[in-house]
Structure formats: C-alpha cells, structure tokens
Design a protein around this ligand. Structure first.
Ligand SMILES: C[S@@+](CC[C@H](N)C(=O)[O-])C[C@H]1O[C@@H](n2cnc3c(N)ncnc32)[C@H](O)[C@@H]1O
Length: 204
C-alpha cells in the first residue's frame, strides 16, 4: 500500500486547502496493464478494502479529503499492494495530478450533499467535475454514484441528460445497490431513499 500525503495542517475549511502534489505517480507502482479503479470519499475504507481483497489483479486509488479517514484506512490497508491512498480534493487531483485515460471505474458513494444556497458550490459533482471524469476515464470507463439527497440526484440527472448526453451513456442496473457502505447503512436506517447512477464513457 502506498500513501501519498503531505504534512497536514489543522484546517478550518478543507476546501480552501491548496496542496503541493507529490512529483511521483501512483502509476509507477503498478504494472501498466493492470486495471485501476478509483474511489472518491472512502470514509472508513470498507468498500475500497473489500474490493481490493476480492480483486487482487486490479488496483485501487482511494481519494479522501478527511484526514481522519485517511489515517484509519492507512492502517487497515497496510498490507495491500494494490491500494494507494491520496489525501486531497478529488477534483483538484483529477485536474492536476491524475493522467488522462487511467481509470476503469470511479466510485462515488454518498458524496457530501451540502445545502442549497451559498454552500452549493462545494458539491463535488458538477459540470467541471464530469469534464474531468471524461479526461481520467478510459474509453467505456464507468462512474458509479449513489446519494440519498434528492436535490443532488436531480442535479446529477440533469447534468447527464442535458450537458453530457454525447459523452456518457447512462443505464439502470446497479450491482452495488445493496452494498452496505457506512453512509448507506446510516441513511437506510433514517428511512432515506437511495438514488443511483451508472454512467459509461462513450468510446468515440
Ligand atoms: C458522506 S461521506 C460518504 C462516505 C462513504 N463513501 C460511504 O458511503 O460510507 C462523504 C465522504 O466524501 C469525502 N469527501 C468529501 N468531499 C471530498 C472531495 N472533494 N474529495 C475527496 N473526498 C471527499 C468525505 O470526507 C467523506 O469521507
């Protein structure tokens, strides 16, 4: 397991954190033929660790902005050669650090919904973010999104249908429908409905 992080300061608002990204690449540690999946916001690492264990032939990059999650998951993932963890904002990393056409799958389970109004701009999934996904995904690479926030789900639905119909194909089967991430279990207990999106990058 490789961890890419730098000295972390106590942050008032992590979204204003500008980080000097390391020069080295997560690609250097893995064979160039192996598939790479990326999970954004892995929290306690449940999904990432489970997938890495079940699919030793694949590699997993976990991106997390919350330092506590990174510290905890780092301990659990210490013996996994197919996991790399990076601390930071996924959009910034996709823009400045991740090369083009590397990921087979991007998983985003329960991204922070933020409220309406002035905090809305903090949402991870928006038009610029999908444009970055077009860059980092391989042709026919997939994005898997789940959220319990109806407003966020509607915004994602609108983006996919109106802004990106030529870039992405969306479909309805969801193999992760019953996958119990920490946040999904919490939201189901609260009686929330789960909305999911399965998106594939067109190969043309
Ligand atoms: C609501 S939790 C969901 C955690 C986990 N995916 C689950 O389903 O249990 C959202 C996670 O995304 C992380 N996160 C929020 N914004 C992020 C960003 N811009 N880049 C990377 N991680 C982010 C949070 O720190 C948190 O771990």
């Amino acid at each position: 397991m490789k961890i890419y992080t730098e000295r972390v300061r106590k942050l008032i608002n992590p979204f204003f954190y500008t980080q000097k990204w390391p020069e080295f690449s997560f690609l250097d540690q893995w064979p160039s033929t192996a598939e790479i999946d990326c999970e954004i916001g892995f929290w306690d690492g449940t999904f990432l660790l489970d997938q890495a264990k079940k699919n030793p032939q694949k590699n997993y990059l976990g991106i997390e902005i919350r330092h506590q999650s990174l510290s905890t998951t780092t301990q659990y993932a210490a013996n996994y050669k197919n996991i790399a963890l990076v601390h930071g904002h996924a959009a910034t990393l996709f823009e400045k650090w991740v090369p083009a056409s590397v990921f087979s799958n991007i998983y985003i389970f329960f991204p922070d919904p933020w409220g309406k109004g002035r905090h809305l701009k903090r949402r991870l999934i928006n038009q610029p973010f999908f444009e970055l996904c077009v860059k980092v995904l391989k042709p026919q690479g997939k994005i898997w999104i789940q959220t319990d926030d109806l407003d966020y789900a509607e915004a994602i639905h609108k983006l996919l249908g109106q802004v990106f119909p030529k870039s992405f194909v969306t479909y309805s089967q969801d193999p992760w429908e019953h996958y119990p991430t920490f946040w999904k279990k919490k939201k189901i207990l609260e009686g929330k409905q789960i909305h999911s999106f399965q998106v594939e990058l067109r190969s043309n």
